[in-house]
Design a protein around this ligand. Structure first.
Ligand code: S3P
Length: 436
């Protein structure tokens, strides 16, 4: 186990902060890049333990990836059906997105048996949500009592069909859209609430026909994908930690460049705006691979409580831990509903967020599918936060530390490397600049 990290209360955060490339888009740049009919140049790729797992997975499947450093990759796509089964299991480590999206891709390969496995945490995460609809399309896919290891056998004829999603999950939707690339006809995925659409945008940019309207995503089978360049935006899920920190620490004013603000990802900004945050978006543009981005300026503001509704959850699912912290230091009572999916993330986040915030002085109770938070608009007391190996809980502890009286000690802080290895050096540098 790595050494604990103590984060002391901080003065204002000021200046430009650089966040890593978006994790969801980084995974997809490798997975969809691998399916293209030639080389794909990737820029701004977010280097982290999770995305490295994807890089190693596609290499294990016979795809050459040149890593030029500083987030630049060349993915030498082998075409839709060119993946080769590796000798042993593919190790997805902690990456649920990799496990689920790759299941869809492997299901449409013309031959081969592929085993997907990972760490102790991923072995507890539900996989039937992907396996069952893929099986309905004709795929051969077995889980282990509903969890990994997962075994996928290629060589099956897949049928294009309509899937009505039982849960809101971009990972499940994406797995089905990827398998559908080689189905015998169009595939429709029906979502009650829209989830992040990075797969749709990237596939469209690569030449696939994907139509979205009225909660229905329709994709046609395709012969070939082709993408010259993928620019990965900054990760709004990582940015959210800095946005909340700058909002709650008096006199802060920070800038974040080229942050992804695609549909299905900006719920955190809507909720913070409702709470009184001051976040300005400018320089809006769209990348070659179809991702909307903007620069952000965030200034300190007093927050008031809000209600987060079930239909908002998919657009901020990964930001709920840091929004819970915002609720703890806002004026009034914040209620979060419809967030039951947090129970099956990298940790049981309904419980681990409650435990983390409770142990640093926050007033937060777990309800069936969310939290009830009694905000107290002063610095948190401080204490110790156990990350449970969950990157977002470790970063939550660090931001709580910045806004605490006595500091916060994070147990197992290296979990942060799963998504944002630059986070700790950045926070330490920001604190050091203020002290010097
Ligand atoms: C992701 C989708 C979300 C999110 C995860 C990344 C993606 O998961 O929590 O961190 O890249 O598609 P679900 O689709 O399971 O909600």
């Amino acid at each position: 186990m790595n050494a604990p990290w103590k984060v002391l209360g901080s003065g204002p955060l000021v200046g430009e902060f650089v966040v890593n490339g978006d994790k969801s888009v980084s995974h997809r740049s490798l997975l969809i890049g691998a399916l293209c009919g030639g080389p794909v140049e990737v820029e701004g790729w977010g280097d982290s333990a999770d995305t490295r797992a994807t890089l190693e997975a596609v290499r294990a499947l016979g795809v050459q990836v040149d890593d030029h450093g500083s987030g630049r990759l060349t993915v030498h796509g082998v075409g839709l059906t060119g993946l080769k089964p590796p000798v042993g299991a593919i190790d997805v480590q902690n990456a649920g997105t990799l496990m689920r999206l790759l299941s869809g891709i492997l299901a449409m390969q013309p031959s081969g048996v592929f085993t997907l496995d990972g760490d102790a945490s991923i072995r507890t995460r539900p996989m039937e949500r992907v396996a069952a609809p893929l099986r309905a399309m004709g795929a051969s896919i077995e889980t282990t009592a509903g969890c990994p290891p997962v075994v996928v056998q290629g060589g099956q004829k897949l049928v294009g069909m309509e899937h009505v999603m039982e849960i809101s999950s971009a990972q499940v939707k994406s797995a089905l859209l990827l398998a559908a690339l080689r189905a015998d006809g169009p595939t429709t995925v029906v979502e009650e609430t829209a989830t992040r659409d990075h797969t749709e945008r990237m596939l469209r940019a690569a030449g696939a026909t994907v139509h979205t309207a009225g909660g229905r995503v329709v994709i046609n089978p395709v012969e070939r994908l082709q993408l010259d360049k993928i620019e990965v935006p900054g990760d709004i899920s990582s940015a959210a930690f800095l946005i909340v920190a700058a909002t709650i620490i008096p006199e802060s004013r920070i800038f974040l460049r080229s942050i992804g603000i695609g549909a299905g990802r900006t719920g955190v900004l809507d909720v913070l705006e409702r709470m009184g945050a001051r976040v300005a978006l400018f320089n809006r543009r769209t990348t070659d691979a179809g991702e909307p981005v903007a620069d952000l300026e965030i200034a300190h503001a007093e927050l008031s409580a809000t209600s987060i509704r079930p239909e908002e959850i998919p657009s901020l699912v990964d930001e709920l831990p840091i929004l819970a912290l915002a609720g703890c230091v806002a004026h009034g009572r914040t209620r979060v509903r419809g967030a039951g999916e947090l129970r099956v993330k990298e940790s049981d986040r309904l419980q681990s967020v409650r435990d983390a915030l409770w142990s640093v002085g926050g007033h937060i109770e777990v309800k069936d599918d969310g939290w009830f938070i009694r905000g107290v608009p002063v610095r948190l007391r401080g204490g110790t936060v156990e990350s449970h190996g969950d990157h977002r809980i470790a970063m939550l502890g660090a931001i709580a530390g910045l806004y605490s009286e006595q500091g916060v000690t994070i147990i197992d802080p290296d979990a942060i490397n799963v998504s944002f290895p630059g986070f700790r050096p950045m926070i330490e540098a920001a604190i050091a600049v203020r002290r010097s």
